[in-house]
Design a protein around this ligand. Structure first.
Ligand SMILES: Nc1ncnc2c1ncn2[C@@H]1O[C@H](COP(=O)(O)OP(=O)(O)OP(=O)(O)O)[C@@H](O)[C@H]1O
Ligand SMILES: [Mg+2]
Length: 347
């Protein structure tokens, strides 16, 4: 990407026989927030630490503002980082921790007070500024670490699961604040999380990682509506997955008219909220009859597990009123539209 602020070019890291990160290419635009999303062990932290300069890449380059920083020591990179284990200075107060980077950069006293004060307000740390890290809860320490990284307004902010110790409510509030601050200051940000809802809520784009590789890069809508792989479909949101083999009646015909008559394997994805339920008989296609097995209340609606005649389970989500019509043991017909089936080609 031309004009990208941060570029990862074929970035890789092995530990002996383990390939922790496998040739990741990623370009982050100025002011953009990209989430690195994936399950435990997929290489998120290793990727971030290579960008920060704490892990040496086995291959590939890192460029920041057009400058190759691959071999630059960590302290000379213009990056603000929050580690997975937030690493605050134990002997410094909350305010001193946040002010640390500004002092080192020679920012004036009045400006430090102003910027640190604002960060303390935004991160809801008011009243705690004189405490030491050991006098704070884990969630409060995490917010101090976020403040310390953002306050210096670095060329790139690197956040590794910065909200993992916050309870659900505080986590939602803090991520909205972070997003507001990041947008307002135009901070180019890489945000590591294994929480797909968090990635969807906060990012401009999501980089989905799996076993060290970048499986898909796209906006939250793109990865949800058009997952590129079976893994992405299952990891982002909830999904019913069908393996299909299409044998068209006359076989398949290629562009130049050759009848191939071969199988066309694919995975079809059907999101649970795209399925409706009723009591009528199913038609010939895109409907299936079964028995309701489980009804779970989700808060915003309900989720039902429908056991189909053939044995497989179908996940259905809809408004809470569905729970009045369908209970465990109720027969039901599931229906969906052909255009709601997302096709993932076999690879
Ligand atoms: N210093 C190391 N020595 C050996 N193997 C390592 C080292 N650091 C990471 N790994 C391995 O590299 C892989 C990726 O690890 P990494 O910490 O990047 O994962 P992660 O995606 O951040 O996971 P989590 O969500 O659990 O934090 C894992 O298999 C891990 O065991
Ligand atoms: Mg990690």
């Amino acid at each position: 990407m031309s004009g990208a602020e941060l570029v990862l070019d074929g970035l890789a890291r092995r530990y002996g026989a383990t390939v922790a990160v496998d040739r990741v290419d990623l370009a982050v635009a100025p002011g953009e927030l990209v989430a690195l999303l994936g399950p435990s062990g997929c290489g998120k932290t290793t990727t971030l630490r290579m960008v920060a300069g704490f892990v040496e890449p086995s291959a590939g380059r890192v460029r920041l503002r057009g400058l190759d920083i691959t071999t630059l020591p960590a302290h000379r990179r213009d990056a603000g980082m929050v580690f997975q284990s937030y690493a605050l200075f134990p002997h410094l107060s909350v305010a001193e921790n946040i002010a640390f980077g500004l002092r080192r950069r020679g920012v004036g006293r009045a400006e430090i007070t102003e910027r640190v004060g604002r960060m303390i307000d935004l991160l809801q740390l008011t009243g705690l500024q004189d405490r030491l890290p050991r006098q704070l809860s884990g969630g409060q320490q995490q917010r101090v670490a976020v403040g310390r990284a953002l306050v210096i307004r670095p060329a790139v902010v690197l956040l590794d699961e910065p909200f993992s110790n916050l309870d659900a409510l505080l986590r939602e509030g803090t991520r909205i604040e972070l997003r507001r601050l990041q947008t307002e200051l135009g901070l180019t940000t890489l945000f590591v999380t294994h929480d797909q809802a968090e990635a969807m809520a906060i990012s401009d784009r999501i980089a989905v990682m799996h076993k060290g590789r970048l499986e898909q890069l796209g906006t939250p809508r793109e990865v949800y509506d058009h997952p590129a792989t079976r893994f992405v479909a299952g990891f982002i949101g909830r999904a019913n997955l069908f393996e299909v083999m299409t044998h068209a009646a006359g076989g398949q015909v290629s562009e130049d008219g050759i009848n191939l008559n071969g199988p066309c394997a694919a995975t079809l994805v059907l999101r649970p909220e795209r399925i409706s339920l009723d009591e009528a008989e199913p038609g010939p296609a895109n409907a299936a009859r079964g028995t309701v097995e489980v009804v779970s209340f989700l808060g915003t609606g309900v989720q039902l597990i429908l056991r189909l005649a053939g044995g497989r389970a179908l996940m259905v989500e809809g408004p809470a009123a569905l729970a009045d019509r369908f209970r465990p043991g109720s027969p039901a017909t599931a229906r969906w539209h052909a255009e709601d089936l997302i096709s993932i080609p076999a690879r």
